[in-house]
Design a protein around this ligand. Structure first.
Ligand SMILES: [Zn+2]
Length: 472
């Protein structure tokens, strides 16, 4: 199967020039070194943020998946910190990736009436790093991350492969890693860098290059010939076959992550590398009747892996059981390299989970350990609008007007089968009030409306996501 058809690729390469500041480099090297048990090395910081599209936590080996699908992610988790419960803020890439970069929930991401243009007042962490002397590279593979949305703010170099929502025509994860390492090879060794990778192999369609699941004899691809998200009755064998193909795509992504680690090691850049691995959102595999993503706020679409590997394997093997959020990633990265967090950030650094309080971070440590984290998921692209809010194990699902719809205790009921709303209205109201504090009421802070009438090209691309059965 031809994975990439060069005729159909839409490649965009931009180089905005390199930023280079010797004094800042020395400062940052020292700051990164402070997070480890070892004395500072000579290598400058390398920050790698590896984001997988469509990868549920339940499909990661180190989160309990059977069949060893992700040996490289598991190995990285063993050398770093694994967050057992992490929420993305939406179940599709555009708002989720925005929240990851800019540390605000989706409601707060976009300029009013802008058709999803990132607010100019927000400072995504790549922008903050660039201003501090980092050279920054976005190596991304989704039309939903195209420059028109502004999520590329702060990247000096960009390499997008934005073929509309077809992973079998999009640059593969291993090619993406190869291109990212080639960019790194063009940089001076003393240059601190941010490599941001987004890989798309695990997105629909399910077309793995290598088929390892036992049902592979039925065919090596699951086309989007029927609407995704549908609740059509499928027999157990068919569901297993589809899931097996999706997991085989995850295996390919994981192999690329292994190649990335090996490539950094070969270049002498791994020891001092801060590596963050997560996914933009999960993927439903019939847990609530359908498959795909973007159409619900249930755990299979919202709960994602999060692994943070610190320089020199500091605090290797740490597990964090508490609920954390994608908005906490940006402040954590900046905290680890000693850069002040912008006031606009809604997340808080996760460093308190492994670092002992020091005179410099006492307040931050106290603040982040005392208040329970409130996690919000919202801004769906398909199906009825839903918002979810979670505090500890309690999770409330509401409609867009904040009307409580379903209440779950995820400790007792991780699959969200036992709706407790009628039995526990007090908890539901407590969660609803917390949700309103974060996203306002409908009248005060409407959900972003993606007005697509003036952008037929984008409308077609989004339509392909929402209605994958459409002929192309
Ligand atoms: Zn996505």
């Amino acid at each position: 199967m031809a994975r990439v058809d060069p005729q159909r690729r839409q490649h965009r390469r931009v180089n905005r020039g390199m930023r280079f500041t010797v004094a800042v480099i020395a400062l940052l090297s020292a700051a990164v070194a402070c997070t480890s048990k070892e004395p500072p090395g000579s290598a400058p910081p390398v920050i790698v943020v590896f984001v997988v599209d469509s990868w549920s936590a339940r499909h990661a080996g180190c989160y309990g998946a059977q069949g060893d699908p992700t040996p490289n992610a598991d190995a990285l988790a063993a050398r770093g910190i694994r967050f057992e419960q992490t929420w993305a803020h939406s179940s599709w890439t555009l708002p989720s990736f925005g929240s990851l970069l800019a540390s605000v929930v989706p409601t707060a991401l976009w300029e009013p009436d802008s058709n999803a243009r990132l607010r100019a007042s927000l400072r995504p962490f790549p922008r903050v790093l660039a201003d501090a002397g980092y050279d920054t590279f976005a190596c991304w593979n989704s039309s939903l991350l195209a420059p028109r949305f502004g999520l590329d703010a702060g990247f000096a170099s960009e390499d997008f492969d934005v073929f509309p929502s077809r992973n079998d025509f999009t640059r593969s994860a291993d090619e993406t890693v190869r291109d990212a390492l080639a960019w790194l090879d063009r940089k001076p060794e003393e240059q601190p860098v941010l490599l941001s990778l987004h890989v798309f192999d695990s997105h629909l369609s399910y077309t793995p290059l290598r088929v390892t699941n036992e049902s592979g004899a039925r065919g090596d691809r699951f086309e989007r010939g029927v609407p995704a998200f549908d609740a059509t009755e499928r027999d157990a064998e068919t569901k297993l076959w589809i899931e097996g193909l999706h997991v085989d795509e995850i295996r390919a992504v994981d192999a690329a992550l292994g190649a990335l680690v090996a490539g950094l090691e070969e270049r002498g850049r791994f020891e001092n590398a801060l590596i963050v691995v997560t996914s933009a959102h999960g993927e439903e595999m019939f847990e609530h009747g359908g498959f795909g993503h973007g159409h619900s706020v249930y755990e299979e679409q919202i709960a994602v892996p999060l692994i943070v590997r610190l320089p020199r394997d500091a605090h290797a093997g740490t597990n964090v059981a508490e609920l954390v959020r994608h908005i906490d990633v940006a402040p954590t990265i900046l905290d680890l390299v000693g850069i002040e967090t912008p006031d606009s950030y809604q997340g808080t650094s996760l460093r308190a989970f492994w670092a002992a309080p020091t005179p410099g971070n006492e307040a931050r440590t106290a603040g982040s350990s005392n208040a329970p984290r409130v996690a919000v998921a919202e801004s769906l692209i398909a199906g009825p609008q839903r918002k979810a809010v979670r505090i500890g194990d309690d999770k409330l699902v509401t409609d867009d007007a904040r009307r409580p719809l379903e209440l779950y205790d995820l400790a007792e009921d991780p699959e969200e089968r036992d709706d407790r709303l009628d039995r526990d209205p007090e908890t539901a109201e407590r969660l609803r009030a917390a949700l309103v504090r974060w996203v306002g009421t409908a009248a005060e802070a409407p959900s972003p409306q993606f007005s697509l009438a003036d952008d037929p090209d984008l409308r077609d691309r989004l339509d392909a996501v929402a209605h994958p059965g459409r002929a192309r």
